[in-house]
Design a protein around this ligand. Structure first.
Ligand code: NAD
Ligand code: RM4
Length: 255
């Protein structure tokens, strides 16, 4: 197992890619704190997080659920505090929470722009900072892996609020890798291509759109959360001892 005895936080873990990461961490031997937040569908999202926690416990690992919007100032400290209380420390952060409410550019409301930046970029910053403070205090190093996106490199007409946050997440990992290297904390981002989750359900649930999108992907299919999770587990593990912040991984090969 790659992560035996490690204590991890995964943000945005109730569904999609985060759920895949949390499950893979547990399969690899880690205890997992599950963060999630969905104001519009809170009960459904919470039930999904609790069922993930049950799946992780069934694998013989510890799991806790911490609901909270990563874009709010007090969430990061609460998340790290609850994890340390439950597991006795923190070794790995998978900073994965993100939203992409597709919208055109010319009529983008500034409130939507600010919400996406708050969750995707400010949230990633605050959680990485709080996690790093804990890891530095423990003095045993650690690993931070953030979910960026291939969209950070190629853009998207309906994602003008989103793609700059994903470029920012990648840049954040490059900078914190430099800031934290002296503490033995490795920081990376992954840049997934198209992964079939709730975030893009409108694309892949329409058969015509799906066929078009599949045909544009060299491997001929959307990626899965597990495709991304395996890369994140590797980067979080001691098998990636010299991987500070300069690696980009695209799982679905989007062009
Ligand atoms: P998803 O909609 O399936 O899941 C989103 C998760 O984030 C849920 O667990 C939800 O509870 C959580 N969340 C939403 N807002 C939150 C907030 N304010 N605070 C805390 N948690 C919050 O989406 P997904 O596709 O799994 O996306 C996960 C990450 O992967 C995002 O950062 C997204 O940008 C990135 N990504 C997705 C794709 C893709 O094709 N699906 C590709 C590249 C990158
Ligand atoms: C991702 C990537 C995917 C898109 C999601 C919403 O970063 O661009 O293709 O479906 O965002």
């Amino acid at each position: 197992m790659l992560l035996e005895g490690k204590r991890a936080i995964v943000t945005g873990a109730s569904r999609g890619i985060g759920r895949g990461i949390a499950l893979d961490f547990a399969r690899e031997g880690a205890d997992v704190a599950i963060n999630h937040f969905a104001a519009a569908d809170a009960a459904f999202d919470h039930a999904a997080a609790e069922s993930l926690a049950a799946d992780i416990r069934a694998l013989g690992r510890r799991a806790i659920v911490i609901e909270g919007d990563v874009g709010k100032d007090d969430t990061a400290d609460r998340l790290i505090g609850a994890t340390v209380d439950a597991f006795g420390g923190l070794d790995i952060l998978a900073s994965n929470a993100g939203i992409c409410p597709f919208h055109g550019f010319l009529d983008m409301p500034s409130s939507l722009l600010r919400t996406v930046i708050d969750v995707n970029l400010t949230g990633a910053y605050l959680v990485a900072q709080a996690a790093a403070r804990q890891m530095v205090a423990q003095g045993r190093g650690g690993a931070i892996v953030a979910t960026s996106s291939i969209s950070a490199l190629v853009g998207g007409a309906m994602q003008t609020h989103y793609t700059p946050t994903k470029a920012g997440v990648h840049s954040l990992m490059q900078s914190v890798a430099i800031a934290l290297g002296r503490h033995g904390i490795r920081c990376n981002s992954v840049m997934p291509g198209a992964i079939a989750t709730d975030i893009n359900r409108d694309d892949w649930s329409d058969p015509q759109k799906r066929a078009y999108l599949d045909s544009r992907i060299p491997l001929g299919r959307f990626g899965t959360p597990e495709d991304v999770a395996r890369v994140v587990s590797f980067l979080a593990s001691e098998r990636a001892p010299m991987s500070p912040g300069r690696r980009c991984w695209s799982t679905a090969g989007f062009s």
